[in-house]
Design a protein around this ligand. Sequence first.
Ligand code: UD1
Ligand code: CA
Length: 458
Amino acid sequence: MSNTENLSVIILAAGKGTRMNSSIPKVLHELAGKPLLRQVVDVAKSLNPRKICVVYGHGGEMVPKALDDDDALQFVLQEPQLGTGHAVQMAMPCLDGKGRTLVLYGDVPLIKPDTLHHLLESGAGLSLLTMELENPHGYGRIVRNDDGDIVGIVEEKDATEAQRGIREVNTGVLVCPTAQLKSWLSELKNENAQKEYYLTDIVGIAASEGEMIHSASPGRQWEVMGVNDKIQLAELERVFQMERAVELMRSGTSLADPSRFDLRGSLSCGRDVIIDVNCLFEGSVKLGSKVKIGANSVLKNVEVMDGAEIAPFCHIEDAVIGQNCRIGPYARIRPGTQLGEGVHIGNFVEVKNSRIAEKSKANHLSYVGDATVGKNVNIGAGTITCNYDGANKHRTIIEDDAFIGSDTQLIAPVTVGKGATIGAGSTIVRNTPEGGLTLSRAKQVHIEYWKRPVKKKD
Ligand code: UD1
Ligand code: CA
């Protein structure tokens, strides 16, 4: 059955999220660096639906604004919020009455496409995602007749003592033919403990019309766990991260501690990659084979080629690190950096928007910005490219085999010729020729009878 054909998705996201204690709407809080609602939208998209309609309310325009880069979404305001049934009703004009409609929740971020496929395949009519819980407290209970057929859902607050004993609960996720959903919603009443229009009441209505109601269950409980406060948010973040860590380890990556691993984007690893504790990967990160990432490093939109080692405490962003490079500890590699094979960047070195060709080294305390550095260049400790004149940025070019003595300032724009040696402590303001020694340093003098000042007595 091509079960996602003609599918529409409604995502409920109007709730207040009081317990988040925040001025940001609940569904915009982030999990793995992405708003909860975006996580759900991405899952919905994986089903290739014809429409995705997001029902928002609390937080007002902040919700559609946060996702306004996404043309696939339609937004509907639910104001006031009169219950889940009312919320779905608000979305109905978005849909054209065809096919089936799946209801998801903006604060239930970890639902898996597999589980949704399972639900979509469980029947052609109304299907509910349900699960058995040891402690069903707070959930709507699934009511079945003696034949085991679903005949309704009763909310905790409206349940009888006997019904509260039911352990099969409603996760809230359901799928239903759109035309029937429309007609059942029109029959909802708010005569219940919360004076709300319950979406769950369509189940009793459908059953009374003789409809067969199917159900499916999520693979894991956490797939249907909602976020109501920061504690639940942190719990689901850990679940998500452990899932990613396990995937990586299964495919051969070594993680020193999977519980101290964080991914906020995508990470691909070659063979025999080793990642130490407390590393954070953001955006798109590609690690080649035999790459080692030291503890407490942050990599964002980075490609690290085979055999490179990143020592602890490095921060690397929008950069390419060549094969067998040695970086850090305590290095900062900023956007636009490309390092060739075997480059060494040591402690407290900052590199920005620079190309450094193979086997060149900057091992200690340097700033290399807007520079083009050739092969086999040695950049001594404390060397700084003075790339900014207060208004504009200028390039520094250091040609192959140059040796830059420690504590040199290169006042850009400037070129150091091939094989040139720059004496330590120089301020280089003009291009230097190839080879030879260039230095700009005041002659050393010695004053033999000089006396240190002494402190005045009063
Ligand atoms: C709902 C279900 C319950 C189920 C539980 C699972 C109903 C009546 N009950 O209860 O059977 O066990 O979820 O968590 O559906 N929302 C809106 N607009 C509204 C009301 C809610 O968008 O007017 C959204 C909320 O933002 C939230 C979701 O719908 O994401 C669920 O609403 P909530 O009030 O938390 O429902 P529950 O009482 O938990
Ligand atoms: Ca809830």
